[in-house]
Design a protein around this ligand. Sequence first.
Ligand code: ATP
Length: 749
Amino acid sequence: MVQLRSGVRHGQLPKKKELIAPIKPPPPTRQAKNRKKKEKARMVRKPQRRTRQKQRKEEDENDGKNVDNCNVSPPLKEVQEEGDQKIVRNPRKRTRQQQSKDEVEDENVVVKKVDNCNVTPLKVQEGNEAARVSGGGTEQDDFFGTTDEDDCFGTSDVDDEENTDPVPELVQVGGSPAYKVERKLGKGGFGQVYVGRRINPPNPDEKTGPGAVEVALKFEHSSSKGCNYGPPCEWQAYKALGGSHGVPQVHYKGQQGDYYIMVMDMLGPCLRDVWYNKFPSISMSSIDMVICIAIEAISILEKMHSRGYVHGDVKPENILLGLPGTPDEKKVFIVDLGCASRWRDSLTGLHVDYHQAPDDFRGTIWFASVHAHLGRTMSRRDDLESLAYTLIFLLRGRLPWQGYQGENKNYLVCKKKMATSPKALCSACPEPFRRFVEYVVNLKFDEEPNYAKYVSLFDWLLGPNPDLRLISTDGATKLLREFDHKRGQSTIEEENNERPNKKVRMGVPATQWISVYDDRWPIKQRYLYNMTDERLSLHIEKGKGDGLFISSVASSSNLWALIMDNGTGIYAQVYEVSPDFLHKEWIMEQWEHKYYITAVAGASNGSSLVVMSKGPLYSQQSYKVSNSFPFKWIRKKWREGFAVTAMATAGSTWAIVMSRGTGFYNQVVELDFHYPSEGLHKRWNAGFRITSTAATSNQAAFVLSMKRGQDDDQIQETLRTTAFPSTHVKEKWAKNLYISSVCYGRTVS
Ligand SMILES: Nc1ncnc2c1ncn2[C@@H]1O[C@H](COP(=O)(O)OP(=O)(O)OP(=O)(O)O)[C@@H](O)[C@H]1O
């Protein structure tokens, strides 16, 4: 049975915000206005925002099933123009002839130079400028040390102040009393935390609050990356969250010399130190202790999230117990709001928009969610995934992705996280931990986590007497009541036996054909696949004779696939099969003759098929061959007014072609170790359409664009099939859906 997956995008108006662009699209023609009016009248059928229910249903249809035929809703466009164009269907059997070629190892960037052209940068959605990588400043290199402890948690609290001025001996900021700076409590990549002892306290027994004898002083140097724009953004987050359940209160703050200083409640040890037995009076060896921490941390995150914030860096180092000898000593706190961000817009109350910037990593490598690794906008699910890894670490003392080194460790750790099943991750842990992991890694970007359910998963493992608990779980009482109220005590077990109904991250990785279809006026299109190098010229020439030019190329098992049609606007075309990925000299020569790369494919043996054409109104072109997906380079070229116009892979090597004068005014990338179904749906809803695809056996990349004068209602569909989708293409043609790009590589089944 053919295994087929499909994603369907039916036209929707992009959000107004997304339409603001440096290049203004031309005013709509009268025809377009009339069409818009008609469409408006039918708007009920295509609401601007799909309801979550509908969206889920659509995604379930697209991702969760194996079906024999296309699962496609009818197109919205009802007018179908009769034309004299014929659909050509021409699949032919080819003999297989494998060729071995040299492996590609080089990395090069080639740019076609042109004289002064006017450049308008593409809209680039920037990541958070104050984005932080914990435990090391700008790079994660400090994070993996040599000893086990450093390896695990990052910068240890060994004195290491060669780069910063010494902290002041006396502190008085923002109307605070004066404090003498005493011993160091901890240090991260950005701040240092010291005990501050109040000078001449009126009440020497006061242990908490603004008048406490001992406080925690967090120093952040003004030259630190988090202070590029003034006081650390953490201040804002503490202002909103400080003093609420599980977050210490900041009593005073201000600048003294070169330091921004916060005066906050002093807490006890962090879980990292407890885990390393630095506090023998508290033992982390008890499973009950970890269960209590799970319950309480979930309730703290619930509270934080209910106030519109995500923490962004949940890890053992940032979870602290209360100060020993105070009523808080059995309580749990979460500190360090340096990576906190809003998941809910404070003005509109709406969920923040989805975005992915694959090089914009925030957090701590070991504990970061896979979405954080992939540079996706942080949302509530990320905190819970990081908490899950924290809990498993506390139970097992090790995480499966521990110990990766080198430049691409972010990539390797993320890949490992995605490849580790919850079952394997939680082996030897009590069952609720696995269920918790399953729930949280499957949360969607804007899905509301079921905190009450997660708490109840753990709570029934503990005895009923709260006084006997090693750590107070009082903060979760409300959530538990809520859960009991909703489900009834008798059904808890039943509830616990439920599996998450959508297993986004748990599919079996597969290598498949990914084909993308656009609706358009009828054109003549032809596909050819399983073609050897030798047979290419025969079919390309035949196609040319029929008025067809190559629009897309791909490769599987060192055999080529070609899409040819008469809807490309191309009037002259050349191509070359080369053992190189890519053949620089040939490309430069064709550039001289005013041909531009319009399609490119690489075979796993390292050879490439490059198609260059006259017709597209590009003014300049540039390409890069790289051993990893070169998002930084793409981002740089976006700023220079280039847009991605073709992509290919050969083995694990990427080639990206970018051009100027494309008509695209906004472009984004979706890159994932699995097929990024959710991301594509989010982008489609925002008005983007896929314009390039490529995949290795590890990752799939999609470039989505907004084009000047684009039809907002354009339907786009994707298919994932184990075999080349020959029969499906015909069904698509019958609906005026034509292949716009195709590639072979990583998906998930
Ligand atoms: N209020 C507090 N009371 C006691 N110890 C604290 C307090 N706040 C922080 N610490 C200690 O200081 C350490 C560093 O603090 P924090 O995580 O806020 O610094 P950071 O530089 O922002 O860290 P990171 O590099 O992880 O972002 C914590 O791990 C904890 O051990």
